[in-house]
Design a protein around this ligand. Structure first.
Ligand code: FUL
Length: 457
């Protein structure tokens, strides 16, 4: 059991997963004939002539994305309707047959390069237009298109695969050949991470509403992420049960009691994706979500050991909607305001604590009246280890108060604190409403804790 925990603690990310984690937030751009037909899922019969953005300006997209602090863009090169935003050689259903033929993938990739953000694409395996769909020839068609995208647009940081799999016109479902698709990506863009429900690099959080689970482990059973490589042996209870039931929507994916049944663990962090509006595509009547909702999602995604993939859909003109542009700027401003200036403090590790239960004191240069967040971060290049922790405050008047309890940390855990002076507690002395020091105590970990950061805002 202890041996297995130690193995679990040493499941490590690849360099490209670390690069992805450090981006924290990036944009999704959903753009297709759906934008013009007011649909979320086109059926592939839409004439190319409907796709007619009259003021397309990918630099405007990039400027708005950067104002929000997002570090990359993922464009729907092809959604389920099969329409290609680049002039693919393998189909006529693309931008090349539009009123104004242009290569939107190329323009977006160039705009990202100019703006200094990363570029990636979404390519839907479900294709409601292709005559090959539902036959083995479709996988060739898909690989040809994937190769075009991987070889014509410079560095790709992310390839995002949707697992949606509807019925083809011939009534057949397509067997997607994911291992073959992954091989092409490894060959042409070895630094790109791959998103898929089942790994290999990044997994789906299980909903499209921006809701993270309370413990979002990056170390998960390969029963869930079957395309990822196991870095451990089987858990001590693997022969007494099995995890084949496991899916992304489950609440407890990486928790200790579950992983004991696993045949092996892999490093596959989660992405929280949602749209700034109710739909993934632009619809005139929809409004962007509130700033509060976006900010809360930030706290429960980036702040909960995941990345935040925020969709902003261009309008029929080919611009981001001014309402969304405004919200993006407000969102970026709020993050900069809340996390721009840490409270001056010195962090020390308390001597003599067990390696799996270390304690750290955070002593403020000057006692503080209020604090909002404690940001914790583990050295995840070495693995994810912390199972639980607590934070207590030492008041200037001598009393001590439990401020926060949390589970896993990983890349980043943003602890949003309650005002300790808001509720009177007769058992503690908070007669002087000032906090002198915090104590961060890890209460359980899978192996020696390597804390990278403790910052207070
Ligand atoms: C889903 C799709 O069906 C939606 O249209 C959207 O693209 C979302 C990001 O993924 O599976």
């Amino acid at each position: 059991m202890v041996q297995f925990l130690k193995e679990a603690a040493h499941v490590r990310p690849s360099q490209k997963q670390l690069n992805w984690f450090s981006m924290e937030m990036y944009a999704f751009i959903h753009f297709s004939p759906n934008t013009f037909t007011d649909l979320e899922w086109g059926d592939g019969t839409e004439p190319e002539s409907v796709f007619n953005p009259t003021r397309l300006d990918c630099d405007q997209w990039v400027a708005a994305i950067k104002a929000a602090g997002l570090k990359g863009m993922v464009l729907t090169a092809k959604h389920h309707d099969g329409f290609c935003l680049w002039p693919s050689r393998y189909t006529e259903h693309s931008v090349k047959n539009c009123p104004v033929p242009r290569d939107i993938v190329g323009e977006a990739a160039e705009a990202c390069k100019r703006g200094g953000i990363k570029f990636g694409f979404y390519l839907s395996p479900w294709d409601r237009n292709s005559k090959y769909y539902g036959t083995p020839a479709y996988n060739d068609y898909f690989c040809n298109q994937l190769t075009e995208l991987l070889t014509q647009y410079g560095d790709i940081f992310y390839v995002w695969f949707d697992n949606a799999c509807g019925e083809g016109p011939n009534g057949k479902k397509q067997q997607y050949d994911f291992p073959r698709y992954f091989e092409l990506i490894h060959k042409y863009q070895p630094n790109a991470v791959i998103f898929n429900d089942f790994g290999p690099d990044i997994r789906w959080c299980g909903n499209e509403a921006g809701i993270a689970r309370h413990s979002e482990w990056a170390v998960v059973p390969t029963e869930l992420c079957r395309y990822a490589t196991a870095q451990t042996g089987a858990g001590p209870m693997a022969d007494q049960g099995d995890l084949s039931y496991m899916y992304n929507t489950d609440q407890e994916i990486g928790t200790l009691s579950n992983i004991l049944y696993s045949k092996g663990l892999a490093f596959v962090p989660s992405e929280i994706n949602m749209s700034i509006r109710p739909g993934w595509f632009w619809h005139e009547k929809e409004e962007p979500h509130s700033l509060e909702r976006l900010f809360n999602t930030y706290l429960t995604s980036v702040g909960a050991n995941a990345c935040f993939h925020l969709n902003i859909p261009p309008t029929r003109e080919g611009l981001l909607d001014e309402r969304d542009v405004k919200r993006l700027k407000e969102f970026g401003d709020l993050i900069r305001q809340e996390f721009g200036m840490p409270i001056a403090a010195s962090v020390e590790k308390v001597a003599g604590c067990p390696a799996t239960q270390p304690k750290y004191t955070v002593t403020f240069d000057k006692p503080v009246r209020s604090l909002k967040y404690v940001v914790l971060s583990e050295e995840i290049a070495e693995g994810q280890r912390v199972e639980s922790f607590r934070i207590t405050a030492d008041f200037a008047s001598g009393g001590q108060y439990a401020l926060y309890q949390g589970t896993c940390i990983g890349h980043k855990h943003i602890c949003q604190l309650q005002d300790p002076f808001a509720h009177q507690n007769p058992l503690i002395d908070d007669s002087t409403p000032e906090i002198r020091q915090l104590t961060v105590q890890v209460t359980a970990a899978r192996d020696e804790v390597l804390m990278k950061e403790i910052t207070v805002y």
